[in-house]
Write a protein that binds this ligand. Structure first.
Ligand code: CU
Ligand code: ZN
Length: 158
């Protein structure tokens, strides 16, 4: 069985020109490998999620909530109770660049719970991973504004 590949080109709504490209690779039923780079961020942690909808007609706002096919509460990537789309935080350096390299078993590129056609969203603030005690902690991680997003689409197979 050949690997599935997908790609997401991100951009921000503001004039601050946040841009990035994230690639996804899944071999068979294995974990999905996520790699990429996002530029133009404020240094520090930024919430990083798969949102449910591939709809950017109203910018990143119309990508819906975190992708959550199992109807669970928001959490950290390593938690059992989490949204499928909860990929935690990315960390931008002083140069505003965040490099991403992670593996996750909850974001397949095929089957009933595929993330292809959905959106990657980067937030202004850190994701508290459900533990911040804020009224939004258990739904969004209180990660603030959506500063960049893009739609995940298939790419030519590996
Ligand atoms: Cu999000
Ligand atoms: Zn979530």
């Amino acid at each position: 069985m050949s690997a599935l590949k997908a790609i997401c080109v991100l951009s921000g709504p503001g004039s601050d020109s946040i841009t990035g490209v994230i690639s996804f690779l899944q071999d068979g039923q294995g974990p999905t490998i996520v790699k990429g780079e996002i530029k133009g961020l404020k240094p520090g942690k930024h919430g990083f999620h798969i949102h449910a909808l591939g709809d950017t007609t109203n910018g990143c706002m119309s990508t819906g909530p975190h992708y959550n096919p199992k109807n669970l509460e928001h959490g950290a990537p390593e938690d059992e109770v989490r949204h499928a789309g909860d990929l935690g935080n990315i960390i931008a350096g002083d140069d505003g660049i965040a490099k991403i390299s992670l593996k996750d078993v909850h974001i397949p590129l095929g089957g009933a719970h595929s993330i292809v056609g959905r959106a990657v969203v980067v937030h202004a603030d850190p994701d508290d991973l459900g533990k911040g005690g804020h009224e939004l902690s258990k739904s969004t991680g209180n990660a603030g504004a959506r500063v960049a997003c893009g739609i995940i689409g298939f790419q030519a197979a590996a």
